[in-house]
Design a protein around this ligand. Structure first.
Ligand code: NAD
Ligand code: UGA
Length: 441
């Protein structure tokens, strides 16, 4: 099948590469020339495991190409996926600037098409957007009738950054919300050999499935984080509690990792946007409001633990190490990373912060601007002479740091494990003042 993918970010480029690896002919479109040129040279513009190897294979075989020419890509294709960004606007709504522009451009291209094509929205949006906003744009720009001259659907993407290729190739389910059976059939045909259950529905329900899914996962994490804070007070261990409840198949052990809260390019904006929509439709969601409120407080729990551990209970004038800046391991993405409020709060309180991340240093340089923040080349440099350390992102390389390393490098070996990466007993018995989220003292 001939496929166009509009937007070559985490979703678009991964989708394009995965479709091409399933023998489809894919043409990716972006507005950024540098990205297009890189892709055509087989180089991935984003940090995503396995993606560049796929491009190395697919680009020379001409299974995947990239272009700035959206119209040509649309006219050459039978299925057109739109996967441009829908960032947050004013903290509580989606900004549809890119989505509207891409849809307008697709609509204009459809005007010149003489065959039936299906447009598939993959960008996350508020339920109702495909039908109420995007369908009218496509009809107006093309002068054609949706359902008769072209098809339309919303098919949510559930991949996680860092494991995006694996997730795309091995989905738990594929959801297709189409305006009619013909659209659904065409979209289904591209997913048929993905060995995954396929659920068909209407576009608005598919949009609601996507945003509810992210909100539920965020709620699960906020819930376990709240329980973690209680576990600390009653002297128990949230890791065992999560294990114990997760063994109930109705609960499942996934997304019960207590820590410093959820960040990233999607949970924060999606939960806020759904929360806002619940207000607009007159059924404000207390669950979503609490999910957000718990998550706002949670990163700062690491600083409370650190202050409690320090002899004079203050970080002022002290060198503090922060390990991990990305919003989670295996990505360089720092969008809404919890490292940001943690570092800003440490700086506000007068600390000198020495931070490290294996992948996100370039992005960090663009976010922070303080003479008291030092971005270090390696974790030992960050730990050197520090009076406390907060582990923010659970990169595997940090887990390999031994108690001896912490003791050797730091002035006082206080370790706040914000992600419960380390073996608490090993740390405590080997001279580290170790405190973990959800772990009684
Ligand atoms: P991204 O910001 O990484 O990439 C979007 C790309 O679209 C950029 O390369 C941008 O240059 C391009 N673009 C913008 N306007 C364009 C236009 N008019 N024509 C062509 N290209 C254009 O975004 P992303 O992370 O891939 O997310 C895309 C959508 O998918 C969002 O709605 C997001 O919520 C959703 N989503 C993201 C993930 C994820 O893990 N990142 C997972 C599931 C769903
Ligand atoms: C998330 C969803 O998992 C994907 O299904 C969805 O497609 C995507 O959002 C999206 O819509 O963009 P992602 O943001 O890449 O994926 O990362 P996750 O692995 O879900 O982690 C999100 C945040 O939750 C991270 O900050 C992570 O540290 C935190 N988290 C995750 C926890 O604190 N505990 C956990 O047990 C799991």
């Amino acid at each position: 099948m001939k496929i166009a993918v509009i937007g070559t970010g985490y979703v678009g480029l991964v989708a394009g590469a995965c479709f091409a690896s399933k023998a489809h002919d894919v043409i990716c479109v972006d507005v950024i020339k540098e990205k297009v040129d890189k892709i055509n040279r087989g180089i991935s513009p984003i940090f995503e495991e396995g993606l560049e190897d796929m491009l190395h294979d697919l680009v020379p075989r001409k299974k995947l190409r990239a272009t700035l020419n959206l119209k040509k890509a649309v006219l050459e294709s039978e299925l057109i996926f739109i996967s441009v960004g829908t960032p947050s606007k004013d903290e509580a709504k989606f900004d549809y600037t890119y989505l509207e522009q891409a849809t307008k451009d697709v609509g204009l291209a459809l005007k010149e098409a003489d065959d039936y094509k299906v447009v598939v929205i993959k960008s996350t949006c508020i339920p109702g957007t495909t039908i109420n906003l995007l369908k009218p744009i496509l009809e107006q720009m093309s002068g054609k009738k949706c359902g008769k001259d072209f098809g339309l659907g919303f098919s949510p993407e559930f991949l996680r950054e860092g494991v995006a290729v694996y997730d795309f190739m091995n989905p738990d389910r594929i959801v297709i919300g189409g305006v009619d059976d013909k659209s659904i059939e065409m979209i289904e045909s591209v997913f048929i050999n993905f060995n995954s259950p396929i659920m068909n529905t209407d576009p608005t329900t598919a949009e609601m499935i996507k945003i509810t899914s992210n909100s539920f996962l965020a709620m699960k994490i906020s819930f376990i984080n709240e329980m973690a804070n209680i576990a600390e007070k009653i002297g128990s261990d949230i890791k065992d509690i999560a294990k114990g409840i997760g063994m109930d198949s109705r609960i499942s052990p996934k997304f019960l990792g207590a820590g410093l809260g959820w960040g990233g390019s999607c949970f924060p904006k999606d939960v806020s946007a759904l929360c806002q929509q619940t207000k607009e439709v007159g059924v404000p969601s207390l669950m979503l409001e609490s999910t957000i409120a718990v998550n706002k407080k949670q990163p700062l729990r690491s600083i409370e633990l650190l202050e409690e551990a320090l002899e004079d209970n203050t970080v002022k004038g002290k060198k503090i190490a922060v390990l991990g800046l990305a919003f989670k391991p295996n990505t360089d993405d720092m969008r809404e990373a919890v490292s940001i409020p943690i570092i800003n709060s440490l700086l506000d309180k007068g600390a000198e912060v020495h931070a490290h991340d294996p992948a996100a240093m370039k992005n960090a340089k663009e976010i922070f601007d303080s003479p008291n923040l030092f971005l270090e080349e390696d974790p030992i440099q960050a730990l050197s002479d520090a009076e406390g350390c907060i582990l923010v992102t659970e990169w595997r390389i940090y887990g390999q740091l031994s108690p001896k390393t912490f003791k050797g490098a730091m002035k006082t070996p206080i370790l706040i494990d914000g992600r419960r990466l380390f073996d608490s007993k090993k740390m405590r018995t080997r001279g580290i003042k170790y405190f973990g989220i959800g772990l009684g003292k």
